[in-house]
Design a protein around this ligand. Sequence first.
Ligand SMILES: O=C(CO)[C@H](O)[C@H](O)COP(=O)(O)O
Length: 224
Amino acid sequence: MNAKQAAGYKAAEWVQEGMLVGLGTGSTAYYVIERIGQRVAEGLKIRAIATSKASEELAEKYRIPLIKAADVSKLDLAIDGADEVDPALALIKGGGGALLREKLVAINSDKFIVIADPGKLVPHLGAFKLPIEIVPFCYEWTLVQLKSRYDIEFQMRTLDGGLYVTDNGNYIVDASFGVIKDPGALDAELKQLTGVVDHGLFVNIADVVVIGHEDGTTETMEKP
Ligand SMILES: O=C(CO)[C@H](O)[C@H](O)COP(=O)(O)O
């Protein structure tokens, strides 16, 4: 058992018979999907929505029944990883590029559980580069807008020599804020920029954070 597995397996205990569940993305969310898959094989009946094509494939591998958003109005529970977690349970997410689907699923769930290893806990968000999802059309102008507002480094995310493209067909800019003093204010500011689809700040969205440790133990942080 490693820290990510400990957190993922513990969070999977929140999943109850009949629930509609949002499945996160990343190496920690992998373990939630694995454990839910094991429980489904043992007879647990749930339905789920995955936050990325990768997680969808994993859920299919574990025969977790998948539904479309049109089939339901909201979810009971979503479980996902994070890149940074602050003491107020504000998060940076999107290291894996799935931030938009992850946020959509999280805000449309009655409960959002974050799973992480202790290395993700920070006093202030911002050391991890904040992913900002932008539309490809005129993205150079969006970048100019961002640079004119914030005197920091912005980097277009790349993959295999080209620009990284999200599951939604958009690009990602990674922004080096360093310390984000007021995540709520930055959240609102970024959402107002035309060309920005969304960003990886999750403020007042997480209800619970499950921290896993290398010895297999876990601890839980609740929204203050
Ligand atoms: O936001 C995410 C993907 O978009 C992930 O949850 C985040 O990057 C954490 O990933 P990992 O569990 O692999 O450290």
